[in-house]
Design a protein around this ligand. Sequence first.
Ligand SMILES: [Zn+2]
Length: 349
Amino acid sequence: MSTHHAVFPTQPDDAFIAAWRTHIEGTGYPELFANVSTSKPEQDEGIELLSEEIRVPVGLREGGSRVPCPFCSRHGPKFERGRMAYFPIEHVVRFIGRHCAIKHFGENYHDAEKRYRQQAACREYITFWKEMAARRDELEDFFAQIEPVAANLAFVRRQIDDQAPGFASFLYGELVQSNGDLVIVTHTGVKDRHGNAVDERKSIGRAVGRSLLAREFDPKKAIDKAKAAMHDLTVDLPGWSPDDHETTMAIVNRGWKAVKGLRALVDLRTELADAQRFLEPKNLRVIERWANDPSSPIVSLTLRRDGKQLLIRSGSYAGKHYSNAIVPETTFAALPPVSHPIVGSIPLK
Ligand SMILES: [Zn+2]
């Protein structure tokens, strides 16, 4: 006997879905949970998916048989992987095999899949909003540690660009080419058996911190994005139900922007930590030493920092450059550590 429980005028709530899921995992019988129908769907359109694909532990069923299919095999075993679904015209929920549902509903199934993903994203953003509200102090603290360093490094970079236009991109290009490995070549005077000079290549160190010189280095942009995201997170999301498509899309849109803004802040932390290292005297010294070696593509380079002064004097195929930039002390203030709770609580995208 198939069952038909027309008791859902709207989508079942999250508690029902969670309990159904637990029942499936514990028994292997998705079709025997309270108020789940096994009748054949009468409608051709209007299907809402309530779960991702679930692998039913059919080993728990009598004889390890597969799950019957409401579409084509109501009494015989048919599938192992299926989804919870809601049929809004009939007011019922069923557990359906993926392949049969696609066959039966076609385009409508694909639309339902799309809506399901949007609803799932919406749920995640609602949870994210709550989590960020609970972590407000940590977020403020994270931001407050990053902002002054961002402003100072942007200031340093701006002075270099104003006083020595083109220098940053020139040196960046050179350092990218060798991935920071500073290699000098010495002519040994020895020739191999073909009469070619034998050159000795020697790495004298590694240049770090080239983020500071990158074309896309723009801490202000990331700070502005993060600020906007942090502001939006203080504004509550509207009340939501899965069948309200317009609100779903509004939440997805705001959620996506907020995550993107905070992700920019987390990425900025990494970028700034790198950029700070460029200005370490030891790093500047090894770059200078490499640049002044006759085998480097640079004719001459003075690159040194004395406290708050960063001196650059360069002659190369890219032209002559001179800059004397101010580096505020707080440029080197400590950034929040990678272990800061905010770093791990922002989704990757
Ligand atoms: Zn079927």
